[in-house]
Design a protein around this ligand. Structure first.
Ligand SMILES: [Zn+2]
Length: 432
């Protein structure tokens, strides 16, 4: 780093924390939105009902892509190999319309009282529940001609170990896939997901931490639609380096989430990962104004992460970029807290980048701790590092435990260390 860069960083570090006074091209003085205000705005917008939880019901994910492409343009990012996007197809199971369950006179709410298994089939009618023990389920013989209005119900014994419960669940999934409806009582926090598979029968997870009983009968109206070859977009843009260079640094985050479960309920995905997109765009905004000396920076908003890293896998196998030109991938996912620090996945695989973050954090300091983790296939850095491209993934840690549930909403985010982290990442990138 030369003296000029040090000076820029010092000045920049101070001013970026506060709102900056700038002059617009019309010559009128106004207050530039601060990093935090900008990031909050992006997050709030992406979590609003208009984007339907950025899934596949009511084209939430496609609407979010359109919004992001417009934001890339506002920032002034240039295309990557002549384009700002690439489209690829996914297969996905969805619950677009009715999603009503009653037991007796009680109406149950999705996400609070129950979840549909992501691969569940739809169902309209009354389901009689017949309770099976764990060993009944493990000994279940496939091919029995089961009444399609009778569900195999399971109430886990409190003594059942986590591993045994996992095995029972695997078997229940197999049963719903081919043989019979399933209703499972669960005492675990309701954590949803998204699937590219559709079972033949419904599978309902019934949440109850107090009672050890399931109703004898439930009335359900569940509409399910399996989408084949549904096109979604990865969106990208570049800030070219000051001196002409063939080297690229990728800063990425996924913008998709789980979408809607029925017409009325959606999973906002604030921490996961509207917050990461907000960080990526905040970095893009700054780097656009002060590019790196010798590295181009590519910003990528990935689709299809929640369904199995589909967007990043598609990207690394496409010809969008020559992977050999990528010096580093910085993947951002779950950036809304930070009270308890950050974790660097692949930090032990690429110790030089981890050490650089630790050292910078000691001098700032941005967060209480920078933890190291090894290889994990838990976000979009993974397809890159599997192809031999150095890639790290950073997530924040804090008291917010809302993950893949209806409470992962904008109001629950503290953005506690957001500006500090923004500054840390910029200093990290300017070291290149
Ligand atoms: Zn995520």
């Amino acid at each position: 780093m030369n003296k000029c860069q040090v000076l820029i960083l010092l000045v920049f570090g101070i001013t970026s924390i506060k709102a900056q006074i700038t002059t617009t091209d019309k010559g009128v003085s106004n207050v530039k939105e601060s990093t935090l205000a900008y990031a909050r705005n992006i997050t709030k917008t992406l979590c609003s009902p208009e984007y339907h939880g950025r899934g596949y019901v009511q084209d939430g994910c496609r609407k979010a892509a359109k919004y992001l492409l417009e934001e890339f343009q506002r920032i002034g990012l240039t295309p990557v190999n002549g384009s700002h996007q690439q489209t690829f197809d996914i297969q996905v199971n969805t619950f677009p319309n009715k999603c009503k369950i009653r037991s007796g006179f009680r109406r149950k709410k999705p996400g609070i009282h129950y979840l549909l298994h992501p691969s569940s089939a739809g169902y309209h009618g009354n389901l009689k529940l017949k309770v099976f023990s764990a060993s009944d389920i493990m000994n279940y013989r496939f091919g029995s001609s089961w009444d399609r209005h009778a569900a195999i119900a399971f109430i886990p014994d409190k003594q059942l170990t986590k591993d045994s419960l996992k095995l029972v669940r695997k078997k229940l999934e197999k049963i719903a896939r081919t043989d019979a409806p399933v209703v499972e009582l669960t005492r675990d926090k309701l954590t949803w997901s998204v699937s590219d598979e559709a079972f033949k029968f419904p599978y309902i997870q019934w949440f109850d931490t107090i009672s050890s009983e399931l109703p004898h009968k439930i009335a359900a109206q569940i509409d399910e639609v399996y989408l084949k070859n549904y096109g979604v977009q990865n969106c990208f843009g570049t800030v070219p380096s000051i001196h002409k260079s063939d080297s690229f640094i990728v800063v990425c985050a996924h913008y998709d989430h789980l979408g809607r479960m029925g017409r009325k309920n959606y999973f906002p995905g604030a921490n996961d990962n509207a917050s990461g997109i907000a960080m990526m765009l905040s970095l893009a905004r700054e780097i656009q104004q002060r590019p790196l000396q010798n590295h181009n920076v590519v910003f990528i908003a990935f689709a299809g992460e929640e369904i199995g890293l589909e967007g990043s896998s598609y990207f690394v196998n496409s010809s969008a970029m020559d992977l050999k030109t990528i010096s580093l991938v910085l993947n951002l996912d779950i950036l809304g807290s930070g009270e308890d620090g950050i974790t660097v996945v692949n930090g032990s695989v690429y110790p030089q980048y981890y050490q650089s973050l630790v050292q910078l954090n000691e001098s700032i300091p941005a967060v209480p701790v920078v933890k190291v983790r090894g290889k994990a296939a838990n976000s979009d850095h993974y397809p890159f590092s599997e192809k031999g491209v150095p890639a790290i993934f950073i997530y924040t840690m804090g008291p917010n435990k809302n993950y893949h549930d209806i409470n992962d909403c904008y109001e629950q985010l503290t953005f506690d260390r957001f500006e500090n982290l923004h500054y840390l990442f910029l200093r990290f990138l300017y070291r290149f």
